[in-house]
Each structure stands twice: as C-alpha cells, then as structure tokens.
Design a protein around this ligand. Sequence first.
Ligand code: HGY
Ligand code: MN
Ligand code: MN
Length: 428
Amino acid sequence: MSTEHSSTEHTGTPASSADTVAGLLGQIADVGRDPKRGGYSRPVHSDAEHTLREWFREQAARRGLDVETDRNGTIWAWHAPGGRRENAVVTGSHLDSVPGGGAYDGPLGIASALVAFDRLAERGTGGARAIAVFGEEEGSRFGVACLGSRLATGAISPERALALTDADGRTYAEVAERSGLDPTHMGPDPDTLARMAAFVELHVEQGRGLVDLGSPVAVATSILGHGRWRISISGEGNHAGTTLMTDRRDPMIAAGALVVRVRDLARAEPGARATVGRLQPIPGGTNVIASRVDVWLDVRHPEDAVTAALVEQIGAEASRLAADEGCTATLTEESFGGTVDFDAGLRDRLAARLGDVPLLPTGAGHDAGVLNAHVPTAMLFTRNPTGVSHAPDEGCEDTDAEAGAEALADSMELLADTASTAPERPLP
Ligand code: HGY
Ligand code: MN
Ligand code: MN
C-alpha cells in the first residue's frame, strides 16, 4: 500500500476557506490545455494529470485532511476525528479527461468536494468523511473506463489491468510503476470499501435536463449500461499508386461502410446509442493502403441484453462488409458495465433534503456506477448550460457550481447523520 501522508495530520480544527468552486477550478484552468483539439487532454498518469493530483493533495492538506495514495493509485483525503476511519461518508470523482474534453467532467466533482468539506467543517458536522480521486475514469489511455474503482472493487483483475497498453504500447504496469505505484500490490481493496458508509459523487450534467427543468442541481436515478469494443479489420497493405483498384483488399473501405451501418443499426433500436469516435488505420500513411483498421465502438442501452444483441449485429455487419472487400474482421470487448439503478430510498431522501430537486438519469458512466454494487451510493448533477460534454463547450455557471457544492455538503451531512445511527459495517 503506497502512501505518503500530508505534512498536516488531521488536526480537527475546521479549516476556514473562502474558496469557491470556480476559484478552485480557476487554479487548474491552464493545466493540460490541448492547443490542437481545444479543451483539455489530461490522460491518466500524464504530466497534466499528475499536476492536478499535486494540486488536489495541496488543497486537501491545506484543509488539514490526511492525504494518501492507495495501492491502486486512488488518492484519499481523510477527515477522521480521533483517527477513526470508519462509517465514513465519501465523495469523489476523477481528474483525468477524454482527449479535448471540457473543464468540468471530473474536476467539478473534486472542486465541489473541497468546498463542501469547508462547509461541513464550518458547520461542525461530525463523523468520518473522505474525498477520493479515482484514476482512469475515462479509460482514454488504457481503454477500460473507471479503472481505479474497478480495481478497488475487484471488477477487473490486477493481472488484466496491468497488462493493458496505451497507444504507445506502454503497459499500465510500467506507467503505474513510473508514477510511484507498486504494481504487485494492485487489486481489490475490501478494507477501504468497508470503511465507507456511503458514497456520493457530484458531476457536471452531461446533457440539458437541468436547463430545461430550471434547477441548478439534480439527483441521479440511473446510469445507462455501456461498453466498448474494438473491431479490427485486416486486409492487404500496399502502395496507393501501383495497386489497381481491382487488386485491392482495403480494410478502410469496410471500416468506412461500417461506421455508417453502426449509425443505422443504432437508429433502428429505440433508446440505443452507438458511436465510432476513434478509428486507427495501420500504418496510416497518405499514400499507403492500410493493412489493418482498428475501429472502436461505444454502445449503450438501458437493457444490457439489447446492448449485447446490437453489438452482435454490428459484429456480423463488420464481418460481411470485410468479406466484401476480401478482408476479415474480429470483435473484442474491452470494457462493459451494465445499467445501474441507484437506491431509490437514498435517492429520494437526498432529493427531499435538497428541496425536492429533480431526478435525472444519465447516459454517462461514473465511478459511482462501479461503487454502487458495494456501498450505498448516490450521485448529484450540477447544471451545464450548454448540455455539451466530452468537448470544450462543456459549461457550468459559477453560481450553479456553488449551489452544487452546497447540495453536496447537505447530502453528506444527511448521510453522516444516517451513518452515525447505522450499525457499524464490520471491518474485514
Ligand atoms: O464515457 C462515459 O460515459 C464517461 O464519461 N466516462
Ligand atoms: Mn467523461
Ligand atoms: Mn466524468
């Protein structure tokens, strides 16, 4: 368990802070800006994400929290009166981003957590609480979403996680080790899960639901089941100038046709969403007929069986389109998480506590969706005026960001009250 404690052990004295969510986000506004794509590119364990991790550690230490990094690279910032880390109300999110992502997907949850902790300290709210920063939530570098929370809960084996590779062929093991982690210690962390009485994640809304409802905050009802598959189409690499059109086995032709078929098949399935956002020709030269094209597929639907059937249909189409070009196609699942319904009782108690705010489903995945199977879990959404996400136009008004942090503090206070009267969850 690799840990480095902050210089300030928890002193118990509430930290006074005039920080606002917008102010905290302003401190990291220039970290990981992507001049080519626009927005931010902060892959897990990149310099940019490490800078954000350091920023978080400093902010947490300033608040007298006890900060450490666990075996899976998740950062934990503890407020534990008397050092008792049990029955804790935990909040958290992520700092890694998609390529060219917005400023709020992940960091809004972390900045809101820091401000919520300031509010709870001022209120003198008792009980243990923590902020968790999970790594590789987006799965943008190593292909599996929510890698940190999946490792902690055993949803992915350390062997599979450590063997994952990024676009440069580096394994997660190599990158994690270079980031100061011990790959031989990675894996399920039941002790930490047992310390958690509840988990509540605040996230920027990735849609326009709250804009249309005229509310700054909502409580989540569910997370749409979603997965990622890689379709590799292989043909014959050759010269663009010397190869007659009749002599080609060009996988790019099958890939292009497949992208349109994915759209058509998803349109034909009510409630489905299927996307090809990433396509990689090998070798990728302008004057080169590709030998292989890797096509990444993201498919989502409320019913997991429908997702599976749609993926099977797309796989069959890929094989047919490949064969038409004298090519072959393979389909490999990289990551899947079924639809998650948050506990209705907890959800409704939070919504009532927050003034009967709206209930909203989300089509986006979150670490809360992984933890939900292990710990009583809820999610809050803060309004996004553009409704856009995974793109630079993602937005959140400063006043709504403050309202979100206040709602997070209120939620954690309610959960702390519940935890203080609940039977202690037995530590393993
Ligand atoms: O892809 C998702 O739904 C999430 O943003 N990781
Ligand atoms: Mn995201
Ligand atoms: Mn996110």
